[in-house]
Design a binder for this molecule. Structure first.
Ligand code: PLP
Length: 395
């Protein structure tokens, strides 16, 4: 069996149709979009076409509300730092305990710079505590940042409702959504919400790594993170990455068209994998039992077994999955998301995220269902927790 890639929340394969659209913009249509000759107009027009498509993808009102960035991390930094820099009179910011490190670590930096921070909690299933959000917003709150879907559990957060709550308490508080794990999995629709800024990243929905976008509602008071030329209305200076911007357009079109497939077929395969593991592995438990989950993700805890060991064993079987987010795996620290959910220590260290894509096949899922239970049984035999496992497995 070739590689069974079940780590699509870490990154996705570039769709060959995306690559095909990009290729002419490397060696033929390579003009600088800011120059004045016809060749440059071709590049400029390609960017504006892409902006139009991304405007539809975000469900925004106007295409000039879309800015191209290099990735999801840059989109979050541009949004958060940009808002704080332009609105210096207020010093209170809110986010959740389960954000990606690109938001959480930035908030830690901001604490050192004198900002007062509040982190909203989640329950055992990873669902957000909106009551707590209501209590935390004050006159001094300048920004709230809440993700649309969690990268580790796939839990969907009600950012529409959260933005309404925030604005009903303080209409001047800005609201940023990290929609990196929602894009291409659920429909985005900023115009019918109170969201001011929303970030996405191309490599999570079959564009290459190195391209992202940020929606900024017209009228938002924001300063640039990167200063230089006048590109992107002087909010994100630097010559535009035309081939990748073209690739992002194609990826967004394909993702939009595949939303139904994603929510039926990808979900069916995800559910089959989940059921196949849970019914065949006695020490397996589903983390985040919420019905509100993106269709491609499942996070399963294997009690009394070490996650890194499981991943190494999976690698022997050519199965790619992950424990924690890609940015934090590699460290032996258990996931901050699962800790925030109060996942019991018995499965905290042995929790694995499986994430599918529209390229995942039935054969791959069948292979995983056949081999994962065998692998876990083998690892159970060498676990230091023999007494606990014997009680659990009855063997
Ligand atoms: N936000 C979330 C929820 C993510 O899952 C990721 C990447 O895993 C990011 C932001 C960062 O995106 P990028 O890798 O494009 O910087």
């Amino acid at each position: 069996m070739d590689t069974i890639y079940l780590d699509n929340n870490a990154t996705t394969k570039t769709d060959p149709k995306v690559l095909e659209e990009m290729i002419p913009y490397f060696c033929d249509k390579y003009g600088n979009p800011s120059s004045i000759y016809k060749m440059a107009h071709t590049s400029h027009d390609a960017i504006e076409e892409s902006r139009k498509t991304l405007c539809e993808f975000f469900g925004a009102n106007k295409k000039d509300e879309i800015y191209f960035t290099s990735c999801g991390t840059e989109s979050a930094n541009m949004a958060i730092r940009g808002i704080l820099s332009a609105n210096k009179n207020k010093k209170h910011i809110i986010t959740t305990k389960v954000e990606h490190p690109c938001v959480l670590n930035l908030y830690k930096e901001l604490e050192k710079e004198g900002y007062k921070t509040d982190y909203i909690t989640v329950d055992n299933n990873g669902e957000l505590n909106l009551e707590e959000l209501k209590q935390k917003v004050t006159n001094d709150t300048v920004l709230v940042s809440i993700m649309a879907a969690n990268n580790e559990t796939g839990a969907i957060y009600p950012y529409e409702e959260a933005s309404e709550i925030v604005k009903s308490i303080n209409k001047d508080t800005y609201f940023f959504v990290d929609a990196v794990q929602a894009a291409g999995k659920i429909k985005l629709d900023v115009k019918n919400t109170k969201v001011d800024l929303m970030g996405i990243s191309g490599h999570k929905f079959h564009a290459p790594k190195g391209i992202g976008a940020l929606y900024i509602k017209n009228g938002t008071r924001i300063n640039p993170l990167i200063v230089g030329g006048h590109q992107e209305k002087a909010l994100r200076a630097g010559t535009e990455n035309v081939p990748y911007i073209v690739g992002l357009k194609k990826a967004a079109e394909l993702a939009q068209n595949a939303l139904e497939f994603e929510n039926k077929e990808v979900k069916r395969l995800r559910d089959k994998l989940e059921e196949g593991i849970l019914s065949n592995v006695k020490n397996a438990k589903l983390n985040s039992r919420t019905s509100k989950r993106v269709p491609n993700t499942t996070n399963i805890g294997f009690e009394y077994i070490e996650g890194e060991l499981i991943l190494l064993h999976f690698d022997e079987l050519n199965i790619c999955a992950s424990s924690g987010s890609a940015c934090t795996s590699g460290s032996l620290e258990p996931s901050h998301v699962l800790r925030a959910m109060h996942t019991p220590f018995t499965s905290l260290h042995g929790s694995i995220r499986f994430s599918l894509s529209r390229f995942t096949t039935e054969d791959e899922i069948d292979y995983a269902i056949e081999n994962i239970p065998k692998a876990i049984k083998k690892l159970a035999k060498i676990s230091p927790f023999q007494k606990e496992l014997t009680a659990l497995l009855g063997e």
